[in-house]
Ligand binder design. Structure first.
Ligand SMILES: Nc1ncnc2c1ncn2[C@@H]1O[C@H](COP(=O)(O)OP(=O)(O)OP(=O)(O)O)[C@@H](O)[C@H]1O
Length: 379
């Protein structure tokens, strides 16, 4: 009995690669064929790791060779299982998309206490004042505070029926819809969240919240870059992330880790930019005096170093703290320097998001495509 290697390849062309619609040869599943006398050894790589799939491919190869070349050939099949490399799209949105929420922005910080929640509340209010439909999800499992900043500390979200399903009605104030873990936890009791538990609770707040139509949902993330963050960030369909830092070196080191977390291959959320909070101290009565108590331009320089946008700075001002504490964030004021400061960073954030959305694959569009039609945005 004589046959050529080519005959074996031809026989293998009659087998369809599992789930591919093309032959094993065309799909490059066959990595090697060795012939020796009336023996043939075939190396094949498949992606399905089950025993059943391995057995099936072994049987099919043996049968194809014995039917098409010769029944007397002894066939040995070496099956290797290898997952095909995932194609990473830098603009892919992870998680289930939410049709009525056009943009989800995560506000993060590496270090705690740098003002992430303050920035979230004030930018949400700036967006609402610009005419956008805005929601805030307080995902800070360690210390939710948005319900305090929005002066709805005692509120409890109502359960409403929508299309026969129970949904949670967000609590609304200052034109912003809010759902917070703070509505469901006892402020006097420490809750220890593990990653999967936290992401499940947050998923419920997002997917079972009766948000209605939203242009923006801002998510106030817990500070840090640990396991729990990975679980949360991977589970939510985030369009872009903003990292908040003070100019202080230890905060910057953590902010850098924060940016790196979003850029990891398994997270892959575009970072819209860095906001510098507490950039300098200004006494209210001497607004032209600037004291760089945490250092100067730290976050600006970091953004430049790691090739991320610098979205702007917010000074350290006593009234920002006081306004947050009493549940009336400074962005609610009209015609003040601080209202303008928050307006400016909000506009930068949106304009970065527009650029990011322009890069989206066609199936993912339908986000906000223009800021016109919104009279307060003059850019
Ligand atoms: N620019 C600012 N000027 C004055 N006070 C500020 C400023 N930004 C934040 N604060 C105050 O600093 C404290 C911490 O701010 P905030 O709670 O927003 O930080 P955070 O990063 O969200 O903290 P956490 O790590 O607890 O989530 C608050 O009392 C807040 O009012």
């Amino acid at each position: 009995m004589s046959f050529k290697k080519q005959d074996i390849y031809k026989a293998l062309e009659t087998i369809t690669a599992p789930g591919e619609g093309k032959s094993l040869i065309e799909n490059n599943n066959v990595t090697n064929v060795v012939t020796f006398g009336n023996e043939v050894e075939v190396d094949v790589t498949i992606s399905n790791p089950t025993l059943q799939a391995k057995k099936k491919i072994e049987t099919e190869i043996t049968k194809a060779i014995q039917t098409n070349v010769s029944e007397q050939i002894t066939v040995k099949v070496n099956v290797k299982v290898e997952k095909p490399a995932e194609k990473v799209n830098p603009n892919q949105i992870k998680g289930k998309a939410i049709p009525n929420i056009k943009n989800i922005i995560a506000i993060a910080s590496g270090k705690g206490g740098v003002g992430k929640s303050t920035i979230t509340a004030n930018t949400a209010i700036s967006l609402a004042k610009m005419g956008f439909k805005v929601g805030v999800l307080d995902a800070d499992i360690y210390g939710p505070s948005q319900h305090i900043m929005f002066d709805v500390e005692k509120a409890k979200p109502l359960s409403v029926k929508v299309d026969g399903r129970s949904k949670m009605e967000p609590v609304e104030n200052y034109g912003v819809k809010l759902l917070s873990l703070g509505f469901f936890t006892d402020p006097n009791q420490a809750v220890i969240w593990r990653g999967p538990m936290a992401s499940k609770a947050l998923n419920q707040l997002i997917f079972d919240g009766n948000w209605g139509e939203l242009d923006f949902l801002l998510i106030d993330l817990p500070p840090g870059t640990g396991d729990v963050h990975l679980s949360i960030v991977q589970a939510l369909p985030i369009n872009g992330a903003v990292v908040v830092s003070t100019p202080q070196n230890i905060a910057l080191a953590d902010a850098k880790k924060g940016v790196a977390m979003f850029q990891q291959e398994n997270i892959n959320v575009p970072v819209l930019g860095i906001i510098e909070n507490m950039a300098y101290f200004t006494p209210e009565e001497l607004p032209d005096n600037k004291y760089y108590i945490f250092g100067k331009d730290g976050a600006k320089n970091l953004a430049e170093d790691i090739k991320t946008r610098f979205l702007g700075e917010i000074p350290l001002v006593q009234s920002i703290r006081e306004a947050g504490d009493v549940g009336h964030p400074v962005a609610l004021q009209n015609g003040t320097v601080l209202e303008k400061a928050f307006n400016d960073i909000t506009k930068e954030m949106v304009s970065e998001l527009l650029k990011r959305n322009a890069d989206l694959p066609p199936t993912e569009v339908v986000r906000i495509t223009t800021m016109s039609g919104c009279s307060s945005v003059k850019k």
